[in-house]
Design a protein around this ligand. Sequence first.
Ligand code: GCW
Length: 664
Amino acid sequence: MAIDEMWLQFSILKKRLTNEIFYVNLEYEDKITIRLRSEICEWLGCQLTGEKSEATVVLSVNSKLDDNLEAYEVKENEIIGASSVGLLYGFYAYLRLKLSGANLSEKSAPAQSLRMINHWDQVDGTIERGYAGESIFFGRFGSNDNTDTGSFAVKNIGTDIFRNDFTRLKMYARFLASIGINAISLNNVNVRGLGTSLIVSPYIEKVGEISKLFATFGLKTFLAINWAAPKLIGELKTSDPLDENVYTWWQQTIDHIYEVIPDFGGFVVKADSEGEPGPYQYGRNHADGANMLAKAFEKYNGLVIWRTFVYNSQTDWRKRKNDRAKAAYENFMPLDGDFSDNVILQIKFGPIDFGVREPLMPLFGALKKTNQLMEFQITAEYLGHQLDLNYVLPQWLEMIHFDNYGQPKDTIRANSPVATHSGFIAIGNVGMDENWCGNKLSQANFYGFGRMCWNNDLTATEILQEWIALTFSEVKAEVQKEIFELLIDSNQTYELYNAPLAVGSMMVPHYHYGPSINGYEYDRWGAYHFSDRNGLGIDRTTATGTGFASLYAPEVAKVFEDKSKTPDEILLFFHYVEYGHLLHNGKTLIQTIYDQHFEGFERVKSYIKSWKSLKGQVDEATYDNVADRLERQLEHARNWRDQVNTYFYRMSGIPDDQGREIYR
Ligand code: GCW
């Protein structure tokens, strides 16, 4: 679309939609039409004359603005985009500056090229690890069969699998554009049942309609595939990546996709992971698998986004040298340099699984010849299911700034042979719930992810202040401040009452909410804490443990190898530590466990008090939604506090030095 210069056309959104999470609505069509809430319209200084009004903001496109076509510049009441999509981002930037009271002056280009959301939505309308209602893409229409064939299995639901709520999809696309997201995959990476057929007719045509809508907001659409598709839906005898017929099947399938969706993004692939099929089944490695698909995508500039979450999910706790933390590194480091230019490895930020506290995945910085994406999880699988407050930006920012042969925010791009094939990706947290995220305050994490991708130097404080200014623009400054105080340390609060000092995995198996100290301890998933009467923690040192510490850059490895140098908050991820051991905080390990769990609970109590003081100050739906969730969080924190404290009191026999109540 060519835009030289134009005047904004405003029209007033008559009634504020209750399920509107977006602070502004921008429709991006042939000509730009902007629908604004009337108060925003007033801020922009436009005349409200009936349905439409003219504004004093000038939009233009100037390709000389920046080499990066997504760049924009805002200068007073002028918005310049390096391309039409840059203009789109510039417009949202303009509104952000305006609404947060900042100077109307900003020139900006995104720090990360790919800024992507993965959905774990399934064609029966459920969402794996979804905590905000059903899928906005798929629904259960036409289904008479409610037999659940296993965990996360997709039910037999007939052919009409799409929800077809294009109004909601448009709102969503607009929201994504407003925070700078430029790519999206629609379906769960565990591709089951009918989900396998999304890549072929008659389903791909509907994906095409969705993708067309998203494209008008600068978004590319991707699909997750099942590695065994040639066998499952192509009637071939094998899915071996080096088999000629398999390649031909994929090439034809991809050719057809591009006939329907000429700007299709590509595939997301979870292979040989947690029971999913993959190239290992045929004695091939992951470069063989990814490159075969990449070849079929080449002429279309399509991408293969290949996940490194590959580990042996049959680990045995008896074998102490086994270490799931090393798996991705061991599987992918030897393949550095072997992947095609249109393959990107999608790598979880930590070595286990989006835990409450994990060190950086050591592949970052070490992989030097492979396109890479860092993967985050907005949906709060391990962080309280969007019931507990958990503003996660502090944790994510620590990851992108962690120095292992340089900080990932810089090395990801620098170490990717095709710089534009790199960036950040996250699992989304929205569903059909009225407020999109189950908990209204969980929207801050989605907003924050987008902003963190665009500008790696923003702080958690700045991002949260922005989100509050844009979302609660109608409330008083003191109320905004109270909401800020409630959220800013909430990630730390959650950590305080969860499993101690990065030991991980003490939650209810599979469901991942609530404590179950030994739930995973004697199971197959490779997530153990090894506590006994003397102490707890996983020895991952090279000297006496699994050797994971040695996978980092030498100066980092030196710190993690040494118990006395490892920071308290990550201590038990790297070391087995005795209860009486003195930490950097000046207290023993056991006393730290007690103190943290009592403090975590008390903090949640104070959140409730502070939220109650906001009754009548924020809209009722938000008030009730958060109040209800905080009560549940208090119960959750109480359970964690008591089960962890009791467990370690019984193990160690050492009482709390402040004599607080620990149940026996
Ligand atoms: O965190 C684990 C989740 C699975 C998920 C998997 C993955 C989609 O428990 O539900 O499956 O990670 O990332 O593939």
